[in-house]
Ligand binder design. Structure first.
Ligand code: PHE
Length: 389
């Protein structure tokens, strides 16, 4: 009876209290609410030397995020992209990474594109336990820690340059039946340097001869001194594994000098702004071909054209789309958007079926994937062949 009275009194107190203060916190602590938003940073070189890389990367990533949000987001939360212009350059990329990590408190970074910008970002992301997936940085150092193991929080969605350089060398030797090659290299660009070294090694290993190697810098616009040496050496092919802005200048000047040896390069040629007249006759290794009949490719082509006014996505757009899907599928499977250790664990073991192919990551967080060889022919970029690892 007494207990009942006390209870009744308590009820009155509670009711009065609730009536007076309807917003009062409940007595028992509630479980932490699931986040309603999950932020993903996209570091893309929207300005600087290679702006088409930035536009494609941003657009591919945003389309993937939009599709996820249309399906209800991830783990019930809306995905909010934060796009930063990282300029394909170390300092702006590092500033963008610090900003999204410290101010926006993101736990996920898609980007950068260019290896020399992604590598410094990876140091910051890894130290902060922020997951970074570079869609397109192919330099080996991106995912490697000082101890020779993989950086635990850093991944990529593309193959690496030891493979890409070797594919270029084998193609020159076997398909073009080249015996000699001339290599042009920007020693300050991790990507260009890595590809040049890997091409050199693979070309020589199979009996090819490197008849000259010349260095330039990313500021150079006049390649005539190097091209004079190329003309003199008269190689069967010229390996110039740089981005389209440099290729446009060098290939044009080579044509003006009457040099007919084809240029061979890597994924850096992939741009709507590649000067196909200057680069006519060139070949380059890339990550995907839009003529690939697989439904995953053709479905993305349709969705991309619908979203972006009929544009055909390049490899950068496709890999950015894939990188976002890698991340969101892994967050979903991990059942958390907070615990980046758990999510990293899923990423390192999961089998991914994506537009650019199906793969698991190796112990260094690199996918094993085939390469597409593309050819600049009659002013157009065409699929030539596919090369398996
Ligand atoms: N692989 C280049 C790098 O590491 C970036 C790139 C990828 C450029 C794909 C074009 C297409 O710097």
């Amino acid at each position: 009876m007494r207990a009942f009275k006390v209870f009744g009194l308590l009820m009155v107190v509670v009711m009065v209290f609730t009536a007076c203060a309807p917003a009062a916190a409940p007595a028992a602590p509630a479980a932490p609410a699931a986040p309603t938003e999950i932020k993903i940073a996209v570091l893309a070189p929207l300005s600087g030397p290679v702006p088409t890389f930035g536009v494609s990367t941003r657009d591919g990533a945003l389309l993937a995020i939009k599709q996820w949000n249309e399906k209800g987001g991830v783990l019930g939360a809306k995905i909010v992209p934060i796009v930063e212009d990282s300029q394909c350059t170390p300092d702006p990329a590092v500033n963008a990474a610090n900003k999204v990590i410290n101010q926006d408190k993101v736990k996920f970074i898609i980007g950068e594109v260019c290896s020399k910008a992604s590598i410094p970002v990876s140091e910051i992301a890894d130290a902060a336990k922020v997951i970074q997936i570079s869609p397109t940085s192919t330099a080996e150092a991106l995912t490697l820690a000082a101890d020779g193991k993989a950086k635990p929080f850093v991944f990529r969605a593309c193959f690496i340059d030891p493979f890409q350089g070797t594919v270029g060398a084998n193609f020159a030797l076997e398909t073009l039946e080249a015996k000699t090659a001339f290599v042009m290299v920007d020693q300050a660009n991790d990507y260009v340097k890595g590809l040049a070294e890997n091409f050199d090694k693979a070309f020589k290993a199979k009996g090819g001869e490197i008849v000259g190697t010349e260095s330039y810098t990313s500021k150079d616009t006049d390649f005539s001194a190097i091209l004079a040496k190329v003309a003199e050496a008269n190689p069967d092919v010229i390996y110039l594994p740089d981005y389209y802005n440099i290729v446009n200048l060098a290939a044009k000047q080579a044509k003006e000098k009457g040099i007919t040896a084809p240029f061979i390069g890597g994924d850096g040629y992939d741009s709507p702004d590649l000067d196909t007249e200057a680069a006519e006759g060139s070949f380059f290794t890339n990550h995907y071909a839009s003529t690939d009949p697989r439904p995953a490719v053709q479905d993305l082509l349709k969705a991309y054209a619908a979203e972006y006014d009929g544009v055909v996505p390049d490899a950068l757009a496709v890999l950015a789309y894939d990188a976002v899907n890698m991340l969101l599928q892994s967050i979903e499977e991990a059942g958390t958007a907070d615990d980046t250790v758990k999510i990293s664990d899923v990423i390192s073991k999961k089998k991914f079926d994506l537009v650019s192919g199906s793969f698991t990551l190796d112990e260094f967080h690199n996918p094993t994937k085939s390469a597409a060889l593309l050819q600049v022919k009659d002013g157009k970029v065409e699929f030539h062949s596919s090369v398996n690892p």
